[in-house]
Design a protein around this ligand. Structure first.
Ligand code: HEC
Length: 254
C-alpha cells in the first residue's frame, strides 16, 4: 500500500510521464502531417514547373511546324541546303531538335534534365529506360494527356508530355516509299540519311520528359523539421521543469 504522499509522488511522476509522451506523440504526429503536406506542395510546384517546360517545348515544336506550313521550311528548301552542304540548316528545321534546343538552353541553370525518350529512336540517346518505356506505354494505352512518376530509387520526378505526329513530320518519319518522290532516293531514307519509319499522322511517338531531383527539396524539408523538433522539444522540457518546480513547491507547502 502507498502512503498519501507516496501516492502523490507516484501520480505526479505518472502524470509527468503521460504529459511527456502525449506531447511528444502530438509533436511527432504534427511533424509527419507537416512533412506529408510540405512534400505534396513541393511535388505540386515541381510538376507545374515540369509541365510548363514541356508545354513550352511543345509550343516551340508547333511554332516550327507553322514555319513549314508557311513555306519558310520546305522539302525544296532542305534539298537546296543539302546541295550547298548546309546540314546545320537542315537540322535547324527539325521540330523536335528545335524544341529540344530551347528546353536545354535553360536546363542546366534550372537544374533539370530534358529528354525525348522513344521506342526504336533515331538517336540512341533517346532509347527509353525501363521507367520511361513503361510511362510512354501507359500514356498510349490510357490515352493520358500527361503523366508523372517519382523514381524512389533515385528520388527524381519524371514528367512526360506525349509527342503527337502531324502532317509535317511525315516528310521525314512517314512512308519510306515516299523517299524517292520527296528526297530523291530509293532506299527509304529522309534528307538526314535516316530510315523513314512509316509513322502516321495523329500517332504518339515518344514524349517530352523533364527529370528533376527532389534531393534539394528534401534537404530543405529535413532542415525545417529539425528546427521544429528542436524548438518543440525545448518548449516541452521547459514546461516539464515548470511542472516539477510547481509540484515540489506544492509538496513542500502541503
Ligand atoms: C527534316 C526531317 C525531320 C522532320 C520534318 C521531323 N523530324 Fe523528327 N527527327 C528527325 C531526326 C534527324 C531526328 C534525330 C535527331 C537526333 O539525332 O537527335 C528526329 C528525332 C525525333 C524524335 C526523337 C526520337 C528519336 O527518334 O531520336 C521524335 C520524337 C521526333 N523526331 C518526332 C518528330 C515529330 C513529332 C515531327 C513533326 C512535328 C518531326 N519529328 C519532324 C528528322 C525529322
Amino acid at each position: 500500500m502507498y502512503s498519501a504522499s507516496e501516492k502523490e509522488t507516484f501520480n505526479s511522476g505518472e502524470n509527468l510521464f503521460v504529459f511527456h509522451s502525449s506531447a511528444y506523440f502530438l509533436v511527432c504526429f504534427l511533424v509527419v502531417l507537416y512533412y506529408l503536406q510540405a512534400r505534396d506542395r513541393t511535388l505540386e510546384l515541381l510538376v507545374d514547373k515540369a509541365r510548363v517546360i514541356c508545354k513550352t517545348a511543345d509550343a516551340t515544336r508547333l511554332e516550327s511546324e507553322l514555319e513549314w506550313d508557311k513555306g519558310i521550311f520546305s522539302v525544296e528548301q532542305l534539298l537546296d541546303w543539302k546541295k550547298e552542304g548546309r546540314d546545320d540548316k537542315i537540322w535547324s528545321a527539325i521540330p523536335v531538335v528545335i524544341a529540344w534546343n530551347s528546353a536545354m538552353r535553360i536546363a542546366h541553370e534550372d537544374g533539370y534534365h530534358f529528354k525525348t525518350p522513344k521506342f526504336n529512336p533515331r538517336n540512341p540517346k533517346n532509347e527509353p529506360t525501363h521507367l520511361e518505356a513503361r510511362s510512354i506505354q501507359k500514356i498510349k494505352t490510357e490515352h493520358l494527356e500527361e503523366y508523372y512518376e517519382i523514381d524512389e530509387s533515385t528520388n527524381r520526378l519524371h514528367f512526360f508530355l506525349p509527342i503527337y505526329l502531324s502532317q509535317t513530320c511525315l516528310v521525314c518519319h512517314g512512308d519510306p516509299k515516299t523517299s524517292k518522290e520527296l528526297w530523291g532516293n530509293d532506299y527509304g531514307l529522309d534528307i538526314t540519311g535516316h530510315k523513314m519509319e512509316g509513322w502516321n499522322k495523329g500517332e504518339i511517338h515518344g514524349a517530352f520528359e523533364v527529370i528533376q531531383s527532389l534531393d534539394e527539396f528534401d534537404e530543405e524539408l529535413y532542415q525545417d523539421i529539425k528546427v521544429i523538433l528542436i524548438k518543440t522539444s525545448f518548449v516541452i522540457v521547459l514546461m516539464s521543469i515548470h511542472w516539477i518546480f510547481d509540484w515540489t513547491i506544492h509538496k513542500t507547502i502541503y
